[in-house]
Design a protein around this ligand. Structure first.
Ligand code: GDP
Ligand code: MG
Length: 168
């Protein structure tokens, strides 16, 4: 039987194609795929990490394609403890959309711990670290840049989220 002290529902948000599924899969299974798979419904990934000596189970809710239509169901947000709001550093528009996603989270869940994540830093970027950080600061969010492909900062993003949610 799996043992843990705490279990949290993690919302993985952001526009279609930014790498939500890749980050979730990389974190939970260690794998990465170049194939673009846009599934129906929701992909669930789970992983238990240790935060300050506590076993924390993170259950990742990764939308299966509906984010393209921006109409995630209220059920998706229900019980959300914390979240990652992801953009693609090669697509400036996806960063602009993050404030919309953050408003959606606040509307459904109130103020929960969120991290703004700039993904795909292994590619030629169109959004600088400073620009991403400035947006995070203006929205009062933590900030991190990742590559699901190269595994850069993926563990770090989720362990930071685990620390943040344990404090609440
Ligand atoms: P989602 O729609 O937000 O779930 O995005 P996906 O995880 O399906 O990723 C969309 C595409 O971007 C796929 O082809 C992935 O292989 C690719 N991708 C995701 N993360 C990265 C990354 O960090 N680096 C690179 N080079 N490609 C990535
Ligand atoms: Mg996906």
């Amino acid at each position: 039987m799996e043992y843990f002290n705490f279990s949290f529902k993690v919302l993985v948000l952001g526009d279609g194609g930014v790498g939500k599924t890749s980050l979730s899969r990389r974190f939970a299974t260690g794998k990465f795929s170049e194939d673009y798979i846009s599934t129906i419904g929701v992909n669930l990934f789970s992983k238990t990490i240790t935060v300050n000596g506590k076993k924390v189970k993170l259950l990742l809710w990764d939308p299966g394609g509906q984010e393209k239509f921006k109409n995630l169901l209220p059920k998706y947000y229900e019980g959300g403890s914390c979240g990652l709001v992801v953009y693609d550093v090669t697509k400036p528009l996806t960063l602009k959309k993050c404030s919309w996603w953050i408003n959606e989270v606040i509307r459904h869940c109130g103020k929960i711990p969120l991290i703004l994540v700039g993904n795909k830093i292994d590619l030629g970027r169109q959004v600088s670290t400073e620009e991403g950080r400035a947006v995070a600061n203006s929205l009062n969010l933590h900030f991190i840049e990742t590559s699901a492909k190269n595994q850069t900062n993926v563990e770090k993003a989720f362990s930071l989220l685990g620390e943040m949610v344990l404090k609440t």
